[in-house]
Ligand binder design. Structure first.
Ligand code: NOJ
Length: 758
């Protein structure tokens, strides 16, 4: 390890960097049109714009309170509906849009929302998996493909990306996010917003408005328990939770969704500080805010609002502009306004924001611009889209272990045995959150491998994974007793050269309302793995999961482990190409893998504490008595079929004045036999600060492709942005002092330079 002391001679004072940002210059033409339209609107029509109904068939939450389908149709005609969700397909969307445009007094078009989470019909890997690629261009492309299919199906707006930072693998929704780190999370949030919205002009009918969710703190629900409260201190709020949202707003994001949770006792949909003061005023967000499903109504059982009327008042005054399927704004806001109990300025601001986004999307110019059946047929499921999601899927795979040179597999002469229910599943690999996609449409690992092995591949299912076929609307029941199939698998194992076992979670035990307290391989799978290992240890374990798992035994004993998540439509092809070396794995974990569930929350950017290490060999230091405190696999970790060497880690200047940039550089060399990609990661620690800082924080990264023997010098500029942090008042400050600058291929194995900023 190379350590250089750098003396920075210039005296730096604390610099407070302002957050104020006018998000977008408003289009004065649009604002004038809104003035004219709003002058004509009745109270009912205004509040109507703030009301969103679920479509008449799919339900992604508790049964709707908005009334029967007939009542909802009637309310659209009365101008009491501004938006619909989960209506989809050109024919269906046209039917509801026609009512709004042709049968209401003012003809204001609906904005159609949908959960386009990781693809529409042609599915990309789950968002957590995509984050493992650290490939921002590929992630942006994936969102663009998703947007194009959704838009072609008549949808104008997605409820994504989810940008909740989370350190809790128990929480099912980690599959929907970008993992634990606010820097990586911000970069990915921006890439996804760009992928959905393009250049924000919406000139193309294949781009849709994005929604940053869930604002805020949902990833910190206590104990990883779904729909629970979040208790978040200011340090965590400003430095971990908010940065991705801020980055997305700065990119031109058009909508934000509130979260289900309370934050320090305030329901997110009533959080004036976050919604009004921070998002809208401080950050200058000019789009609109939608509640999560019935979350305004849920302020009553939370014990915050005593009835529906007070829930309506709290939400609208805080800045929640649209009520998703809560049935609160219509009718209560109308009545409250007529009684003078809600100031008109709140409603006017909300309506202006909603109309603004509708104008920006071109819905007033042509409400049917997204509704073209020919385009729908051409775009959805196109060959190009399949190629894009396959590319994303390969890039999302993380190689966790590769001993005995088991991987890549040899293209001939090996007897391969494939085991596990998930190996032949065409459903689970699609991932959770894929309502527009048809069940059983993924390429299974079995199918993918057959492209390489033909019929020489031997597949034995082994013990069943679940007791019945899981669905999105039921709890997954893992098989814990029925061992039939085990014997056949054991027999087959005897004669195989290599055994590929596909184990993990069914995707329906990940996602919303799928919190778990046990993150080991569920059901009989670990026993299955151990039994096969006794007979033949040449096992490649392919993991299918939507959250970090604690796979200690496997990690210790199984020679090769491939993290293949839930990779979407092209799943099996991606896995096969990686196993056979046609794609050299390049993914890095976006979330720490714990050794056991008791370590959660475990994350790389932790604090040093007053007693970080056991210097004196005594008991009274920060540790567990019954387990190591280190992770099983650290954040940023992932192997390749080749090897990389880091050398010549340098910093270009010995002094640093305000406004100057430091340039650090490192040389990366491919020292192995295969061409491959490495994510070069840069971390910084501010060693002493007015608010104690983490032991390291990711501040930059670069994805580098190298041929064998090839080298590249990677440079990172370090500015105030990388050195500063948010203080407990939410101001971004840069303080003088000493900094450690670290570089490496994961958050644990790092080369360090120390820089003193005096
Ligand atoms: C509830 C989820 O929390 C949210 O993410 C989703 O967008 C809505 N339901 C609509 O389906």
């Amino acid at each position: 390890m190379r350590i250089t002391k750098i003396l920075i001679t210039t005296l730096m004072s604390i610099i407070t960097v302002s957050n104020a940002n006018a998000q977008q210059k408003l289009n004065s033409e649009i604002e004038k049109k809104i003035d004219v339209l709003m002058a004509k609107m009745t109270i009912e029509e205004k509040v109507g714009q703030m009301n969103q109904y679920n479509g008449f068939w799919d339900v992604t939450g508790p049964a709707p309170v908005g009334g029967t389908a007939e009542q909802k149709y009637e309310n659209i005609k009365k101008g009491l509906v501004g938006s619909m969700l989960t209506v989809r397909g050109v024919k269906e969307v046209k039917a509801v849009q026609k009512i709004a445009v042709e049968q209401t007094r003012l003809g204001i078009p609906l904005i159609i929302g949908f959960d386009v989470i990781h693809g529409y019909k042609t599915l990309s890997p789950i968002p957590l998996a995509e984050a493992a690629s650290w490939d921002l261009a590929a992630i942006e492309k994936s969102a663009e493909v998703a947007a194009s299919e959704a838009a072609a199906s008549g949808i104008n707006w997605t409820f994504g990306p989810m940008m909740d930072i989370s350190r809790d693998a128990r929480w099912g929704r980690v599959m929907e996010g970008a993992g634990e780190d606010p820097y990586l999370g911000s970069k990915i949030a921006v890439a996804r917003v760009k992928g959905f919205q393009g250049d924000n002009s919406f000139k193309s009918p294949l781009r849709i408005a994005a929604s940053a969710k869930h604002f805020a703190g949902y990833g910190f629900v206590v104990a990883g328990l779904e729909y629970n409260a979040s208790e978040i201190g200011s340090n965590t709020l400003y430095n971990q939770v908010l940065p991705p949202f801020k980055a997305a707003v700065d990119t031109g994001l058009r909508t934000v969704m509130t979260s289900f949770n309370t934050i320090n006792g305030i329901p997110a949909s009533a959080d004036k500080y976050l919604l009004k003061e921070t998002l809208k005023n401080k950050w200058g967000f000019s789009g609109f805010v939608i509640s999560d499903w019935a979350s305004i109504r849920e302020m009553i059982p939370w014990g915050y609002s005593k009835d529906e009327k007070s829930a309506a008042i709290s939400a609208v005054e805080a800045g929640t502009d649209m009520d998703m399927e809560g049935g609160i704004y219509v009718p209560h806001l109308i009545e409250l306004m007529k009684q003078g109990k809600v100031d008109q300025k709140y409603v006017d601001d909300a309506v202006r924001r909603i109309l603004r986004v509708k104008y920006e999307l071109g819905l007033f110019d042509n409400p049917y611009r997204f509704l073209d059946e020919k385009r729908e047929k051409e775009v959805i499921g196109s060959k190009a889209n399949h190629e894009a999601v396959l590319d994303m899927a390969k890039k999302s795979i993380v190689l966790l272990k590769n001993e005995k040179q088991l991987l890549p597999l040899k293209k001939s002469g090996q007897k391969i045995l494939l085991l596990g229910t998930l190996a032949s599943s065409k459903n689970s690999p699609l991932g959770s959150w894929r309502i527009a996609s048809d069940n059983n449409t993924a390429v299974s690992v079995l199918e993918g491998l057959k492209n390489y092995t033909g019929n020489t591949l031997n597949f034995v299912e082994g013990p069943k994974l679940t007791t019945e076929e899981p669905t999105f609307l039921t709890e997954v029941k893992y098989n814990t007793t029925d061992k039939s199939g085990l014997e056949e698998a054991k027999q087959a194992a005897k004669s195989a050269d290599v055994i590929i076992m596909v184990l993990g979670e069914h995707s329906f035990s990940t996602g919303e309302a799928r919190s778990r307290t046990d993150i080991n391989l569920p059901g009989l799978q670990e026993e299955f793995l151990k039994e096969i290992y006794k007979i033949n240890p040449n096992i490649v374990l392919v993991l299918n999961n939507g959250r970090p798992l604690s796979i200690n035994w496997a990690s210790e004993n199984i020679p090769a482990i491939v993290e293949a998540w839930h990779l979407g439509t092209e799943s099996g092809n991606a896995v096969a190409q990686v196993l056979y070396g046609d794609y050299n794995p390049s993914g890095k974990l976006p979330m720490t893998f714990p050794r056991n569930v008791g370590q959660i929350p475990i994350y790389y950017n932790n604090y040093s504490t007053g007693r970080y290490t056991d210097k004196d060999n005594n008991v009274f230091w920060s540790h567990y008595s019954d387990a190591e405190k280190t992770p099983l696999y650290p954040f940023g970790f992932g192997l390749s079929y080749t090897t990389f060497d880091y050398s010549d880690f340098k910093i270009n200047k010995k002094s640093f004045a305000k406004g100057e940039n430091i340039q650090v550089s490192v040389t990366l060399k491919n020292t192995g036999k295969y061409e491959g990609k490495e994510v070069v990661q840069l971390y910084i620690q501010d060693e002493f600060a007015s608010v104690a800082r983490p032991v390291k924080e990711l501040k930059a990264f670069e994805l580098v492709n190298l041929k064998p023997d090839e080298s590249k010098t990677v440079s990172f500029p370090i500015t105030e942005k990388e050195l500063g942090f948010y203080n407990n008042q939410g101001d971004f400050v840069v303080e003088p002092g000493s900094f450690k600058i670290m570089v490496g291929g994961n958050s644990q194995d790092l080369k360090i330079i120390e820089a003193e900023l005096l």
